[in-house]
Design a protein around this ligand. Structure first.
Ligand SMILES: Nc1ncnc2c1ncn2[C@@H]1O[C@H](COP(=O)(O)OP(=O)(O)O)[C@@H](O)[C@H]1O
Ligand SMILES: [Mg+2]
Length: 410
């Protein structure tokens, strides 16, 4: 096991595509780091450079205390698990798992021991003599994991290993990967475009956009203190609602104007984030998480501030209601939000639109119905604010945001 360090790693393909730019990541010994971002943002390229399957154009890659930029893949002592399991169909599970060890000419006895131990860990013991075609998708994925485990590598590298599984199996395998990684304590770099997978697996999560690192932090830190609009909109489902507003001083607090309606911003929030004072009297990008809103007509729902609208759609999900409504404030349109819209497969957001679509998560006690007037209570102590020009989050201690700031200017 070892620490993996990427310093200013870049990749330019022969056709001129700049897939990864100045990537700095320090992955601690035994850490589970998830690299997440939309399709095409450079995740696979970054992982393949660590594996030695792709030449590094710039920067320094260190595994343990060795610089390995020029070290061939087979000598880097890392094991990669791919999305396609890449199993040999004519070999048994046992031989598939043992394959790499046989190539390395390990003694037969040692191979047998390691294979059986891995099979035990993965619940494959009864299947060792079967062929891959007789296994379920989840079992095949486990065989692919087994092949990585028996090599006892310095690091695991996994590229969307669960994306070929159905939703239920994915959740199950996710828990299993987490358990195995913890048991073995092997440094792991895991690539996914699924933010839920990223949040549940990672000790830390690195968010990549167009080859540039946006933020790297523990999951909850990313969620609570996104460095910019891109991270804010990418992490969380339903996504954070982003609207253009205006902030004005109002006693010790502030007044947030959102499409003709005013919300009182508590003095406490301004005290915690003094930089917000620079935005008084100016336009500002406002973020509201769906769960920071609820039905204002419910008993005991006081405090906060209220937005009035009419519901477009109410989706009853059991534990919550997803309430869709419009607020007459324009949506936030920046490079970040355009990239998010592209990733979501949505049409480009129209900056000139006078209305924003908003989604709130209401308590199941709410009587909200589609097409009816609704009063939405907003927990204004939990609002997110971003600079409307740069898209940067307005926080006072940039905490995890500092580490990658150079990258955003690349
Ligand atoms: N061999 C290649 N030659 C040129 N461009 C490539 C090659 N492989 C990937 N790319 C481009 O590099 C970018 C990053 O790709 P990739 O690393 O596969 O992203 P991800 O894994 O995040 O989906 C994309 O724009 C992709 O089209
Ligand atoms: Mg990929």
């Amino acid at each position: 096991m070892a620490q993996v360090r990427l310093s200013g790693i870049g990749k330019t393909y022969p056709d001129g595509t700049s897939a990864v730019k100045g990537l700095d990541l320090d992955i601690a010994d035994g850490e589970f780091l998830v690299l997440v971002g939309p399709s095409g943002c450079g995740k696979t390229t970054a992982l393949r450079m660590v594996a030695g399957l792709e030449e590094i154009s710039s920067g320094t890659l260190t595994i343990g205390d060795r610089v390995v930029n020029r070290t061939p893949a087979r000598d880097r002592d890392v094991a990669m698990v791919f999305q396609s399991y890449a199993l040999y169909p004519h070999l048994s599970v046992r031989d598939n798992i043992a394959f790499g060890l046989q190539l390395r000419k390990l003694p037969k006895r040692a191979i047998k021991e390691r294979v059986e131990e891995a099979a035990e860990t993965l619940g494959l013991t009864e299947h060792l003599d079967r062929r891959p075609r007789n296994l379920s998708g989840g079992q095949r994925q486990r065989v692919a994991m087994g092949r990585a485990i028996v090599r006892q590598p310095q690091a695991f590298l996994m590229d969307e290993p669960l994306s070929n599984l159905d939703a239920k199996l994915r959740v199950q395998m996710r828990a299993e990967i987490s358990r195995i990684q913890r048991d073995l304590g092997v440094t792991t770099v895991y690539v996914t475009h699924d933010q839920v997978e990223a949040m549940t697996l990672g000790d830390r999560v690195a968010v990549l956009k167009k080859g540039v690192l946006q933020q790297v932090a523990p999951p909850q830190e990313l969620y609570n203190h996104p460095a910019n609009l891109f991270v804010a909109g990418f992490i969380g489902s339903p996504a954070m609602n982003l609207l253009q507003g205006r902030l004005d001083a109002d006693g010790p607090g502030a007044r947030l104007e959102l499409g003709g309606q005013a919300l009182a911003v508590p003095a406490r929030l301004l005290a915690e984030r003094p930089r917000l004072r620079e935005y008084l009297g100016r336009d500002i990008a406002v973020g509201i998480r769906p769960e920071d809103m609820d039905d204002a007509d419910l008993d005991g729902a006081d405090g906060g501030a209220v937005l009035s609208s009419t519901t477009d759609l109410v989706e009853a999900l059991g534990p919550e209601l997803l309430v869709h409504f419009q607020v007459p404030a324009p949506p936030v349109v920046t490079e970040d939000t355009k990239e998010l819209a592209r990733d979501a497969g949505a049409d480009n957001v129209d900056a000139a639109a006078p209305y924003s679509d908003v989604i709130a998560r209401f308590s199941p006690r709410s009587q909200a119905r589609s097409g009816r007037p609704v009063r939405v209570r907003v927990d204004t102590g939990r609002l997110y604010f971003f600079d409307p020009a740069t898209g940067d989050g307005i926080w006072d201690e940039p905490a995890s945001a500092t580490q990658q700031k150079e990258g955003t200017h690349a």
